[in-house]
Design a binder for this molecule. Structure first.
Ligand SMILES: [Zn+2]
Ligand SMILES: [Zn+2]
Length: 438
């Protein structure tokens, strides 16, 4: 039987729909960076970022930041869930149907004093956005604005994750525990990088950042007169030997080809020249790339502290503070999403701007998402050396080059939109759970 006229029309329409897909993907990439750079979008983002910068809030206290986010989402007509994980906000753009792809920003600041003198310096003494999370929130709002304008073209649902408490609080874990990301099949996150050129990105497939934990130990002896040591049990000397012994865990017990860190960063004890104190408190962090190495390190830290303290007739109590500061798993990027990222970022920025990076011993609670959802984390350069050199993350002199904002917004938006386009064929079209809740 030959192809009738109507069948032919049908075929042409279908053919057109499929043929249009790759063209759409290219045009979407070009447009989003141009759109994010438009003065009305750029100036709007700069304003939001400065407002958040002036009122930094620490982990799980991001109430005003959360309000700013919700205010902007309201203005954009984007529905959201709140509160999630105390101050978190989860927004939705698109069809309300699968696939669901998440893009995430962290919201919290650091407990330190800003030393940059500028018009929009932190107005809260002892708190500052020195890790760029003010820029991260702004970029995600920027992406939201762009995606909302293209909502009809989205072939699924983008889930915006405004997450509290990245700096030690494990906010990502609380977001997951709240069930906010059920049905999400991929998640993307980024971090600004003060030491990479503006407009360039860096990441890798597989492990990119270490798993991280903290420990604190109270080493108790018996206080007394410093001139009569035989009547005391000296916790200062015990703690000193504990710290030296902890160095051997990495240098003598760990595989040299399996990177690990143990750092004692806190030592508190004594207050007088002539008094042996009752006790000393030490604390620090440990890092490893595999769960096994991490577990072994944790166990050995406890054994070495208590064992070495006992050599000096002291008692030691070790606390890993897992309730307050949850262990962060290693950050491990999905291979598939690495390919997706390289294509999307390469089309958007130029393939010579997409760099492979070495893994680093820093940690990110984005890793909690990656334990349950394929995820991808990358760094976004913001340094313009001809303009000024930027200080590192967590420096009191840390600055954001605001020219980075459109790049982050465009990358978020393009990664999400093109993910939906790429994966929509694989997912059965059923009504999305999130849409029903709203
Ligand atoms: Zn940080
Ligand atoms: Zn950070």
């Amino acid at each position: 039987m030959g192809m009738g006229f109507f069948n032919l029309i049908h075929f042409l329409i279908l053919f057109h729909l499929f043929a249009a897909t790759p063209i759409f993907s290219v045009s979407i990439s070009t447009n989003f960076l141009d759109e994010a750079k438009k003065p009305e979008v750029f100036d709007w983002m700069v304003k939001i970022r400065r407002k958040i910068h002036e009122y930094p809030e620490l982990l799980y206290e991001e109430f005003e930041t959360s309000k700013v986010i919700r205010g902007e989402l309201d203005k954009l007509g984007i529905p959201y869930r709140h509160p999630v994980a105390v101050t978190g906000v989860i927004g939705f753009i698109g069809t309300g149907n699968p696939p669901f792809v998440a893009i995430r920003a962290d919201m919290d600041a650091l407990p330190m004093q800003e030393l940059v003198e500028w018009e929009h310096k932190s107005k809260v003494p002892g708190k500052v956005h020195a890790c760029g999370h003010d820029a991260h929130v702004t970029m995600l709002l920027g992406a939201a604005k762009i995606l909302k304008e293209h909502e009809k073209e989205l072939q699924g649902t983008v889930v915006l994750v405004f997450q509290p408490a990245e700096e030690g609080g494990g906010g990502a874990k609380k977001i997951l525990d709240a069930g906010a990301l059920e049905n999400v099949t991929a998640i993307f996150g980024l971090h600004v990088s003060p030491n990479d050129p503006i407009g360039e990105v860096a990441s890798r497939s597989g492990p990119i950042m270490a798993g991280s934990g903290f420990f604190e130990a109270i080493i108790s002896g018996k206080g007394g007169h410093a001139a009569i040591p035989q009547h005391s049990i000296d916790p200062i000397l015990a703690a000193s030997n504990v710290i030296v012994s902890l160095q051997h865990l990495v240098s003598r017990e760990a595989d040299p080809l399996d990177p690990q860190v143990v750092t004692v960063a806190k030592f508190q004890g004594g207050g007088a020249f002539n008094v042996i104190p009752d006790s000393v408190t030490i604390g620090g962090t440990f890092r490893a790339f595999s769960k096994d190495s991490f577990k072994k390190l944790k166990q050995r830290i406890e054994e070495v502290i208590t064992g070495q303290a006992a050599v000096h007739r002291c008692n030691a109590v070790v606390n890993f503070q897992n309730e307050m500061k949850p262990f962060y798993p290693p950050t491990v990027n999905s291979d598939d999403l690495h390919e997706h990222f390289r294509k999307v970022a390469g089309n958007l920025l130029g393939f010579n701007k997409v760099n492979e990076m070495r893994p680093m011993m820093g940690a990110e609670d984005f890793s909690f998402y990656q334990e349950v959802i394929p995820g991808y984390f990358f760094f976004l350069g913001m340094e313009n050396v001809s303009h000024e050199r930027l200080n590192s993350l967590h420096s009191p002199y840390f600055k954001v080059n605001e020219d980075v904002l459109p790049y982050g917004a465009a990358l978020h938006a393009t990664l999400a939109a093109s993910y939906l386009q790429k994966y929509q064929q694989d997912v059965p079209m059923v009504k999305g759970k999130y849409h029903e809740e709203l």
